[in-house]
Design a protein around this ligand. Structure first.
Ligand SMILES: NC(=O)c1ccc[n+]([C@@H]2O[C@H](COP(=O)([O-])OP(=O)(O)OC[C@H]3O[C@@H](n4cnc5c(N)ncnc54)[C@H](OP(=O)(O)O)[C@@H]3O)[C@@H](O)[C@H]2O)c1
Length: 274
């Protein structure tokens, strides 16, 4: 149903998944089970989303073999530091009721805390212990990536960052490509702010797809992994139907021109919320 991307540690990740941010804890199990039954195989969660119990329950409810599902969670900012991150990951596994996750991420670098290097060392330990099959980061910028790679010699397999047609992060993506890091796009629909843009509308008309599908297909064609969220079954289905059409080079170039550098979310260089 979905294409796979290769990770630098030899494993693979589905290019398309679904995200659980702001999905109510009370309905997360149902949303997760539904998405998995519809064909998704990657579920993106985080300790801070407050719904890891539902994420794990939905995985069990789907009836799919555990090894067919790629499970991500993240270590929150207030759990940064070596020992705290180890404990936080154990707590996530308890809430998920899983023995391991497929991917564990450091959620934000929080540069002024200056703990992301120690946190990264904890993730290296968790991978050695089999608690996380792959390890990566989120919202890291080039200096943060250079530091953890330089200090530990271990390159994150993936960096999950905000990307949408208005915030294309070309320089960071080029850095990722040079280091074999998979780019994963969060808030990929960019709050719908590019849905009315002429290049998106034109591609939607030509392909007979919705603006959301055009934008998500753009993520696929720039080579990113993408994790849209929808709590509606129709939305989940719409966002899954990305592999039976493609955008032309001209359409990709026209969408590339929409880059304004404006963020929907916070600036990782300053975001410290704990
Ligand atoms: N690492 C980080 O710091 C970070 C930050 C933010 C997000 N994330 C991850 O990325 C995931 C996705 O980001 P996101 O949840 O912020 O935003 P998103 O997936 O870009 O957009 C979700 C919003 O778009 C709507 N939507 C979904 N499909 C649609 C469609 N086909 N047409 C029109 N509207 C549609 C949803 O409403 P309905 O539910 O009504 O469909 C929801 O309001 C998160 O769930 C989370 O897992 C990570």
């Amino acid at each position: 149903m979905t294409q796979m991307l290769s990770l630098s540690d030899g494993r693979q990740i589905p290019q398309l998944g679904f995200g659980l941010w702001q999905v109510p804890a009370s309905s997360t199990a149902e949303t997760t089970a539904t998405a998995l039954r519809l064909g998704y195989r990657l579920v993106d969660g985080a300790a801070i989303y407050g719904n890891e119990e539902g994420q794990g329950e939905g995985i069990r409810r789907s009836g799919l073999p555990r090894e067919d599902i790629f499970v991500t969670t993240k270590v929150w900012n207030s759990d940064q530091g070596f020992d705290k991150a180890l404990r936080a990951a154990e707590s996530s596994l308890k809430r998920l009721r899983l023995t391991h996750v497929d991917l564990l991420l450091v959620h934000w670098p929080c540069p002024s805390k200056d703990l992301y290097l120690e946190t990264w060392r904890a993730l290296i330990r968790l991978k050695e212990d089999g608690k996380a099959l792959s390890i990566g980061v989120s919202n890291f910028q080039e200096p943060h990536l250079e530091r953890i790679i330089g200090e530990t010699g271990v390159t994150p397999v993936l960096n999950q960052v905000e990307i949408n047609p208005r915030l294309q992060q070309s320089a960071l993506r080029a850095f990722h490509a040079r280091h074999g890091i998979v780019t994963q796009s969060w808030t990929p629909l960019g709050q719908g702010l590019s849905f009315d843009a002429a290049p998106v509308q034109a591609a939607a008309r030509r392909t007979g797809r919705t603006p959301a599908q055009v934008v998500l297909r753009w993520h696929i064609q720039i080579g990113a992994s993408v994790i849209p969220r929808s709590t509606r079954e129709a939305g989940l289905l719409e966002n899954l139907a990305l592999f039976d059409f493609s955008l032309t080079e001209g359409e990709m170039a026209a969408i590339a021109s929409l880059d304004t550098g404006e963020r929907c979310g916070p600036d990782p260089a300053r975001f410290e919320m704990s």
